[in-house]
Ligand binder design. Structure first.
Ligand code: SF4
Length: 320
């Protein structure tokens, strides 16, 4: 059996937005081009600044919205072209965990009802089976089953994220999209939740798409890393390769801003000037060129495609 559970090719997502009365609609290229695979027991981390397209990518993979272009294949079915019946079969296979666990739980719903709900909606099991499944899942995420009678506000932030993870697993998915799952938690709790996420992946053979802006977290959880800039992947490859030999100037700048554990190791901080450009009117050529510290004339007119360098793929004319 192949360990590939999802294949995405040239995914793009565009939105039409108003520019005011009597003006034509503008097009926002929230995601311009992303290709990757997700594998069982493996984590692909997607990193980049706010507005780089990573959350749009999360919503496409979680089937919250369809791509404008490209294919997203699960079980040999392209979600973009699937029938309603096929989508209904595929939907439980991909679940999403959001950054804010309190926002994703109904404050008026007891925890055991919140966990049982996906089973009821999908006609899974009888009442006793469902109750047992809820108790088992609570234990699996490190919560006592009797806590199921409580409401979300009676838990700490870390416990609420455990509940959100438990709910996402009730339908036995193959893929979890984790959208900044620990960034709202205290630093002391983050490690516990990350360890839980790692244990569950191993035990349940899950594939993870892990969205994060925090490279310290990514270094801890990722097998592969995809760095995004203005809706496109600019560098992708195995975690150790990306962290040890970043080739794209944007990846280097992101990594230079990450704290190192060893105070004797000094790093030169690369400070990027300027803001992320608007996806309504992206720069010509390489979209990074207005902020790139090593840009040359060619960069403004010719967009570099991803090319293989070592174990990674890099989109930069000058990368070696
Ligand atoms: Fe910088 Fe040019 Fe490489 Fe883009 S292609 S990252 S502008 S050097």
């Amino acid at each position: 059996m192949s360990d590939i559970v999802l294949t995405a090719k040239n995914l793009a997502r565009r939105y039409a937005v108003s520019r005011g009365a009597f003006r034509e609609l503008a097009t926002v290229n929230a995601l311009a081009d992303a290709s990757f695979t997700l594998r069982r027991k493996r984590t692909l981390a997607v990193v980049g600044e706010s507005g780089c397209g990573k959350s749009t990518l999360a919503r496409l993979v979680a089937m919250i919205e369809p791509p404008s272009e490209g294919s997203l294949v699960i079980d040999d079915i392209d979600i973009a072209r699937a029938t309603a019946a096929e989508r209904a079969v595929l939907r439980p296979k991909v679940q999403i965990v959001f950054q804010n666990p309190y926002g994703s739980l109904n404050p008026r719903q007891r925890v055991r009802d919140a966990l049982e709900e996906p089973l009821i909606v999908n006609n899974r099991g009888g009442a006793d089976e469902r109750r047992n499944a809820v108790a088992e899942m609570m234990e699996a995420v490190g919560l006592r089953p009797e806590f199921g009678e409580r409401y979300p506000h009676m838990f700490s932030g870390g416990q609420r994220q455990r509940i959100a993870i438990a709910r996402s697993l009730m339908l036995s998915p193959d893929i979890l999209v984790l959208d900044e799952p620990v960034s709202a938690l205290d630093i002391s709790i983050q490690a516990q939740v990350l360890n839980l996420i790692g244990e569950l992946q191993e035990r349940l053979s899950l594939a993870y798409l892990f969205i994060s802006h925090d490279l310290s977290v990514v270094r801890h959880v990722a097998d592969e890393v995809m760095v995004m800039y203005l809706g496109r992947a600019v560098e992708a490859g195995p975690r150790d390769e990306i962290f040890a030999r970043p080739r794209h100037p944007y990846t280097r700048a992101l990594l230079s801003a990450t704290p190192v554990a060893d105070p004797r190791r000094k790093k030169e901080r690369i400070v990027l000037t300027g803001e992320l450009p608007s996806p309504i009117d992206p720069p010509s050529g390489c979209a990074f060129h207005p902020r790139c510290p090593i840009a040359v004339a060619r960069c403004a007119s010719e967009r570099p495609g991803l090319r293989r360098l070592g174990a990674a793929e890099v989109a930069c004319h000058l990368a070696e």
